[in-house]
Design a binder for this molecule. Structure first.
Ligand code: FES
Ligand code: FES
Length: 190
């Protein structure tokens, strides 16, 4: 999990959320205190992204962002705590929320299917953040290992399901997934 740089880059920024362009500046109702999580929910009206602790501790607000690394100049994909991210620091970002992955009308993304089929969700409050963290990991690294999954999810808290089914669901997407997990997938997906 990447804690975003809190530095506000500009008073006028343009970015995309799920492919849609957003232009904001400090003269609109977006201030230097406005955070991406609230913008996503209240302005973009995408309620799939949840907000709980507002201090980077739970991962409920996790979204995926395609950004240019300021040091290397290379485009990277990161999972972002949107509750800590000032909207005015998002210039040039390409943000994806859970709504962009899949839905009941058009079909679900494989990550969404796995967490459901491994019984990795109960109340579902943590689930969008979990899914977007995994989506970012898969976007950032093609050959993910089970250890990558464990390390990546250390910033996402679940209060009711328990971590075993969540980790199993995501580890089943790793190239070194155990035979047990692979067997479960083949049972599920026929
Ligand atoms: S609401 Fe953002 S990490 Fe908890
Ligand atoms: S499913 Fe309830 S908090 Fe994770």
């Amino acid at each position: 999990m990447v804690k975003p740089d809190p530095v506000v880059s500009s008073s006028h920024v343009e970015f995309h959320i799920n492919g849609q362009k957003h232009s904001v500046d400090a003269s609109s109702n977006v201030s230097s205190q406005s955070v991406l999580a609230d913008y996503i929910r209240d302005v973009a009206n995408l309620k799939g992204t949840k907000v709980m602790c507002r201090e980077g501790g739970c991962g409920a607000c996790t979204v995926s962002a395609r950004v240019i690394d300021p040091v290397t100049g290379i485009e990277v994909i990161k999972s972002i705590n949107s509750c800590l991210t000032p909207v005015l620091s998002c210039d040039g970002w390409d943000v994806s929320t859970v709504e962009s992955l899949g839905n009941k009308h058009e079909g679900y993304h494989v990550i969404q299917k796995r967490i459901v089929n491994f019984h990795g969700t109960q109340c579902g409050y943590c689930t969008p953040g979990m899914v977007m963290n995994m989506y970012s990991l898969l976007g950032a690294k093609k050959d993910i290992q089970m250890e990558d999954v464990e390390k990546s999810l250390d910033g996402n808290i679940c209060r009711c399901t328990g971590y075993r089914p969540i980790l199993d669901a995501f580890k089943s997407l790793a190239t070194d997934a155990s035979n047990d997990l692979k067997q479960k997938c083949s049972d599920i997906e026929v």
